[in-house]
Design a protein. Sequence first.
Length: 69
Amino acid sequence: MNLDIKAIDFVLAFPQAELDVPVYMEIPVGMNIADLEERSYTHVLKSKKSSYVLKQDGYNWHHKLKTAL
C-alpha cells in the first residue's frame, strides 16, 4: 500500500498536565521531610501534576494537548 507513517514521542508528557481531582499519597519510604522527626502515617502528600500511574493521566494530558492545539 506504500503508506507513510510519522510518529512523535513526547518526553515527560503526562507530568505536564494538571490534575482535575485532588490526589493524595503516603510519604514514600526514604523521603526526607525536615518537619517530621519520624515517619508518620497521619501525614500525606498532595500531588500537583499528573504521573504515569493514574488512569486519568492519559486523559488529562490529551485534554491539555487538545486545548493547546
